[in-house]
Design a binder for this molecule. Structure first.
Ligand code: HEM
Length: 211
């Protein structure tokens, strides 16, 4: 299997970095040229929310794709995808607390407590913060095995993201349902690997005890 090295990998990373910036650039352009439609705040909320969920799924898609293709270098792109998911989540949250709620903390707290879709979205965002904060190599080294445990929260975050989307749409649930399907596949793959590993360990234990 082809493995990019040095400059090739650098070029792929730069291209991905630029690609992930496109939705943001599109929003900046839309604001600058007043091209976001009748309700720009809604347009920004929708775009940043959608891209957060898309990038969360893309981050979760790296490992299955790597295992299916043997392209181990894909792992080197995972952190960037995760950090971009956080970037769009932060923009999404900022749009909500600033342009939607005008920093009215009482109204925000009431919303978080009263509207289940805001509660799960808010929880997902809070859970993303430690993941972004511990995404560096230094933090990974310092946390050792706990790093993986902390980063497994991405599964819950993605589930909350889909629930958030599902609960907020009023009629047509096609899009959240598609995200749910993709996420079920991504989590299902992990469950399958876990069960296979358990079966292997059990078989090895049985073989040792009977031999
Ligand atoms: C990981 C965290 C989050 C994800 C993945 C996420 C995802 C989404 C998605 C996919 C949408 C719909 C976009 C569309 O219509 O195309 C959305 C809308 C929305 N989100 Fe989030 N979100 C997150 C966190 C939050 C937080 C923290 C808040 C506020 C506290 C929030 C408030 C909203 C609001 C107000 C809308 C628009 C609702 C409407 O159209 O009536 N979200 N979000």
């Amino acid at each position: 299997m082809w493995q990019p090295r040095g400059r090739e990998l650098g070029a792929i990373k730069s291209a991905l970095f630029a690609l992930c910036l496109v939705p943001f650039a599109h929003l900046v352009w839309g604001v600058a040229y007043d091209a976001l439609g009748a309700n720009p705040v809604e347009a920004v909320t929708h775009s940043t929310g959608w891209w957060t969920l898309f990038l969360l799924c893309a981050t979760l898609g790296v490992t299955p794709l790597r295992r299916a293709t043997g392209a181990n270098w894909l792992l080197k792109l995972r952190r960037m995808l995760g950090l971009y998911a956080f970037f769009y989540a932060a923009l999404h949250f900022l749009t909500y607390i600033w342009l939607d709620q005008w920093f009215d903390l009482a109204a925000i707290a009431a919303d978080v407590l009263k509207r289940p879709y805001i509660t799960v979205g808010f929880t997902a965002f809070l859970l993303l913060i430690p993941l972004a904060a511990t995404s560096t190599d230094a933090m990974q080294r310092r946390l050792g095995r706990s790093w993986q445990r902390v980063h497994r929260f991405i599964y819950l975050i993605a589930v909350f993201g889909v629930l958030h989307f599902w609960w907020l749409v009023k009629r047509d649930v096609t899009e959240p349902a598609l995200f749910a399907l993709v996420l079920a596949g991504l989590l299902g793959a992990r469950l399958y690997w876990l069960l296979r590993r358990l079966a292997r360990v059990t078989r090895a234990a049985v073989a040792t005890s009977s031999g």
